[in-house]
Write a protein that binds this ligand. Structure first.
Ligand SMILES: Cc1ncc(COP(=O)(O)O)c(C=O)c1O
Length: 361
């Protein structure tokens, strides 16, 4: 479509064009209501159908079954850094955390800030978080094991999740949720800010195994308790209706247009292989993540100098390729290629990278 760029932003990020078009088509009159979805009551049949269909699709796509409940919360993934230990780490117990970058570090800090006992079971800080630790020594008595499944800033991701035995895994999946199929049964809780793979900013999808709800202390304020939202289908207070509606359209796109998570993974894998192949054949671009820890979602790389990186980002944008600047904390370049990003977009980027190398290499 004219004027739309190939968007490699890390989040908020690209949305599928058919989703944006559907939003546009029903913006002024949502399903004959004569109102937009932003204007109907969250207690109406219209919104009830939206939230229930969205939950059902997430359930189906992720194969969750009856043991799990899907919640839509506010405060972003960052609020979960505090809510997880507040709700699920009882006094007198400790939790294992694996530190694989900025977001895990924040999750650890938030748990510690509440006086909780955190055991950093493994960390990749020794090499600036460029890899995912293996053979992690986990405590069989831990309340849970917290991981960040995909490290948005450092460009690394787990291929296999740690084997925590009977200890529930808790994962921040903000930047790779629903990018591939996974076995949910290992997880006690999964959370993801929607603004990368699932929709717009403003809603955090939380998938909680129902038995975890038994841990929630009665004494917490209502808005901080998972039980509050689990008991009210995420509608204890006014939910972020528009964001949930958009998540609903994105998961519909994954299910009906893409054909489910296996197909989603094949598409994502092809995009990532296309992009990473350039690092394996060029000395000009160097990937910053170890090969066996490379993320399928965030491809981080450096050019020979910071001046070249600046020129690269600027000229890419002039060529309709946006959002390629690395996170401000690490510099360099990053192409985020979440679910909605197309193969065509990735190929346009690779062509540009080859041209840029020819001129500047
Ligand atoms: C892996 C990960 N966790 C947490 C966050 C923070 O999310 P939010 O801005 O929704 O609080 C981000 C944001 O980029 C992220 O990439």
């Amino acid at each position: 479509m004219k004027n739309r760029i190939h968007n490699f932003n890390a989040g908020p990020a690209a949305l599928p064009l058919p989703v944006l078009e559907e939003i546009q088509a029903e913006l002024l009159d949502f399903k004959g209501s004569g109102m937009s979805i932003m204007e109907v009551s969250h207690r109406s049949k219209w919104f009830d159908d939206v939230i229930n269909e969205t939950v059902e699709r997430i359930n189906r796509l992720m194969g969750l079954g009856d043991d799990f409940q899907v919640l839509f919360l506010q405060g972003g993934a960052s609020t979960q850094f505090a809510l997880v230990p507040m709700n699920l780490l009882p006094e007198g117990q400790s939790a294992d955390y694996v530190n694989t970058g900025t977001w895990s570090t924040k999750a650890i800090k938030e748990a510690q800030a509440m006086g909780k006992t955190v055991n950093v079971a493994a960390s990749s800080e020794d090499r600036n978080f460029c890899y995912i630790p293996k053979d992690i020594p986990l405590d069989p008595n831990a309340a849970y094991v917290h991981i960040t499944s995909n490290n948005t800033i450092k460009g690394t991701a787990y291929t296999d999740f740690p084997d925590a035995g009977n200890v529930p895994l808790i994962a921040d999946m903000s930047s790779d949720i629903m990018s591939r199929p996974m076995d949910a049964s290992k997880f006690g809780l999964i959370y993801a800010g929607a603004q990368k793979n699932l929709g717009p900013a403003g809603v955090c999808v939380v998938i909680i195994r129902k038995d975890m709800l038994e841990r929630v202390p009665e004494s917490l304020p209502s808005m901080f308790k998972y039980t509050t939202f689990a008991g009210k289908n995420s509608m204890y207070n006014t939910p972020p209706c528009f964001a949930i509606y958009t998540v609903g359209l994105v998961v519909k796109w994954i299910e009906e247009t893409i054909g489910g998570l296996e197909k989603m993974e094949a598409r994502n894998r092809k995009k990532a292989d296309t992009l990473y192949s350039i690092f394996d054949s060029s000395d000009f671009y160097s990937g910053t993540a170890d090969k066996d820890s490379r993320s399928m979602m965030n491809v981080t790389f450096r050019l020979p100098s910071e001046d070249l990186e600046k020129a690269f980002v600027a000229q890419a944008l002039e060529n309709g390729l946006g959002g390629l600047k690395g996170h401000r904390s690490v510099g360099g370049c990053r192409a985020s290629i979440y679910n909605p990003t197309s193969q065509e977009g990735v190929e346009a980027l690779v062509d540009f990278m080859k041209e840029f190398e020819k001129k500047n290499g």
